[in-house]
Structure formats: structure tokens, C-alpha cells
Design a protein around this ligand. Structure first.
Ligand code: A3P
Length: 311
């Protein structure tokens, strides 16, 4: 309980300097102490960095690009560790025990703990709040971290907030909140640099959204090598089609529509947007005012200096 100091917004509070839902207090210890298995595969990121895209790529590669496999919803085969907390489902269920929710939504931490191996796990938690076994490198589990330019991440996050957080203020105000670390899982830099600083660990692979957009082929080969696999030309061609924006948008097992439908049932929102939107680079150029771009430039410079990271 002592973790919670400053109120951030809605039911979010600062925990160890990170914006997290109040219910995190009931799960923080469980997550820190959870068992990590040598064959676990984790995809980590700051929200809206291309996580779902990376999850699908990783899952496909780890499963040898076998198109015969029946595709379950990504939320089941590659669940989010803390989705019950960040979307309020755990609280909802605690207050209304009779409500019927699928296990991966009502208590995602328990769901992930009980998954059979090999487990595929998604999380937006910063490195310092991951299970200790991962932080202390006491396992051969693999982590793929995907990072996206903060300006496009902010634009994407704004649409996400309108779709799933009932945000109804303007974009300018949202950018200010982003820069000041008030949004879910912020600060952005804490998340990005926490993993970037681990980049020399052979069990951690850092990918950039922009590289996936510009040269997916190279990213596929790099990711496969990370998992000790070689892709054939045929597999590469199949993956490029499977991972295209259009295919991901249309495929219900990947496009997060089942999750959005459950969310909207319990937390009504008016917004009609899609989870997989335009997936572009440099959208910020059209959306941000010149003054806001200057603020971002200054903030990026201050935070990137000396890190060796370019975005
Ligand atoms: P936009 O909102 O900019 O379109 P996350 O999965 O981390 O929430 O990231 C979501 C972002 O990744 C969205 O960005 C979404 O459109 C983009 N995305 C998802 N699949 C993609 C793909 N196959 N190609 C390009 N972008 C993709």
C-alpha cells in the first residue's frame, strides 16, 4: 500500500514511479515472485508500440510458421499478464462475483501462472516490475521488446484512450499528459530505457516498430535467429502476408475485436475506432502542432542523451 503516493488519473496511481491501477497492489508481489520457466517467451513493450504485431510474429516463428495450426484468439494463446488490472476487470469481478468472465480476463495473473508450457506472455510492465527471476537473469526465458518512436506512440495511445479508456479531451491535452508521465504505464522512458539497458543480455531482443515497417524481412530473420531458427524463403513470404496490416486487421484471432467486445459490454464507450488502425510512421507530423513538436524534441533529447538509442 505504501507504493501508492500520487494520484494519477481515474483509478491509476503511481507505484514505484510507474502509473498503474490501484488493484496492482494485490498482484505486485505475486508477479515479482512468479515462477519463470526456461521455455517462456515474453513480448514486452510500452503500449501502442506494435505489441500485437510483434506477438503474432513471435508466435508464428516459435511455431515454425505452421499454417495448419488452429488459431485461437491471441488473448488466449498469448495472454496479457496484467490485463485484468489495467482494464478494471478484476475489480469488477471482485465487486460482482456472479458476473461471468473468461479466466484470462477475470484474473490474468492466475491464468498466466497456470498456462501449460511453452508459455507466451505479453506485458507492458517496466523491466523493474517483471518477475525477479527475469530481472535477475536466473532463467533462459526469452524476451522480445518492441519500441516505437514516442511521437507516433503518443498519437496511437490517444486513439486507444478514446477507444478503451473513455478519454474525451483534446489531443493537445493528451500530449501534455504523455510528456508528463500521467498515462497508463508511464513514464515512457522508464519503460523503454529499462529494457534498452538490458540489450546485451543474449536472452533479450530489442526490435523497433519502424524497422518492422521498413524492412520486415530483416526483422523476421533476426527474430528467428534469436530463437535459434532459420526461416526458408517460403516461410518468409508466408509471414510477410500473415503479418500485413490488412490481414491483421481482418483476422479476428489477432485484431483484438473479441476483447473489445467484452470490454464494451462491461464498460460502455461510444467510440467506434479499431484497435489496429493505420499502423503508420510519422503520423505525428499531421497531428501535432509545431509547438508540441518542439516540446517533444526537447524531451526526447533530454532523455536519449548518452543512452546510445535512436528513435
Ligand atoms: P496505430 O494506432 O498507429 O495504427 P499495440 O499492439 O502495441 O497496441 O500497437 C498498436 C499499433 O500497432 C497500432 O498503431 C496498430 O495499427 C499497429 N499495428 C498493428 N498491426 C500492425 C501491422 N501488421 N502493421 C503495421 N502496424 C500495425
Amino acid at each position: 500500500k505504501d507504493y501508492f503516493k500520487d494520484k494519477v488519473h481515474w483509478n491509476y496511481l503511481k507505484c514505484n514511479g510507474v502509473s498503474l491501477p490501484e488493484s496492482y497492489q494485490f498482484f505486485g508481489e505475486q508477479i515479482l515472485n512468479m515462477d519463470v520457466r526456461d521455455d517462456d517467451i515474453w513480448v514486452c513493450s510500452f503500449p501502442k508500440s506494435g505489441t500485437t504485431w510483434t506477438q503474432e510474429m513471435v508466435w508464428r516463428i516459435a511455431n515454425d510458421v505452421n499454417l495448419e495450426l488452429e488459431l485461437e484468439d491471441i488473448a488466449l494463446r498469448f495472454p496479457s499478464l496484467e490485463v485484468s488490472l489495467t482494464y478494471g476487470f478484476w475489480e469488477l469481478k471482485s465487486k460482482n462475483p456472479d458476473i461471468q468472465l473468461p479466466d484470462h480476463i477475470s484474473n490474468s495473473v492466475d491464468y498466466v501462472e497456470k498456462l501449460p508450457s511453452p508459455r507466451f506472455i505479453k506485458t507492458h510492465l517496466p523491466f523493474k516490475l517483471l518477475p525477479l527471476k527475469l530481472q535477475q537473469n536466473k532463467t533462459n526465458a526469452k524476451i522480445v521488446y518492441v519500441v516505437r518512436n514516442p511521437r507516433d506512440t503518443c498519437v496511437s495511445f490517444y486513439h486507444h484512450y478514446k477507444l478503451l479508456v473513455r478519454y474525451n479531451k483534446d489531443f493537445e491535452k493528451f500530449c501534455e499528459m504523455f510528456l508528463h508521465g500521467c498515462l497508463k504505464y508511464e513514464p515512457y522512458w522508464e519503460n523503454v530505457l529499462g529494457f534498452w539497458n538490458q540489450r546485451h543480455n543474449p536472452n533479450i531482443l530489442i526490435l523497433k516498430f519502424e524497422d518492422m515497417k521498413k524492412d520486415l524481412r530483416s526483422v523476421l530473420i533476426k527474430t528467428a535467429n534469436f530463437f535459434g531458427k532459420n526461416l526458408t524463403e517460403d516461410q518468409i513470404q508466408k509471414l510477410i502476408v500473415l503479418l500485413s496490416l490488412q490481414n491483421m486487421r481482418e483476422n479476428r484471432s489477432i485484431n483484438q475485436e473479441p476483447f473489445i467486445e467484452i470490454y464494451k459490454k462491461w464498460f460502455p464507450v461510444n467510440s467506434e475506432g479499431k484497435f489496429i488502425r493505420c499502423g503508420g510512421i510519422d503520423q505525428w507530423k499531421a497531428d501535432m502542432s509545431p509547438e508540441m513538436i518542439e516540446k517533444f524534441k526537447k524531451w526526447e533529447k533530454e532523455n536519449l542523451v548518452g543512452t546510445g538509442l535512436t528513435l
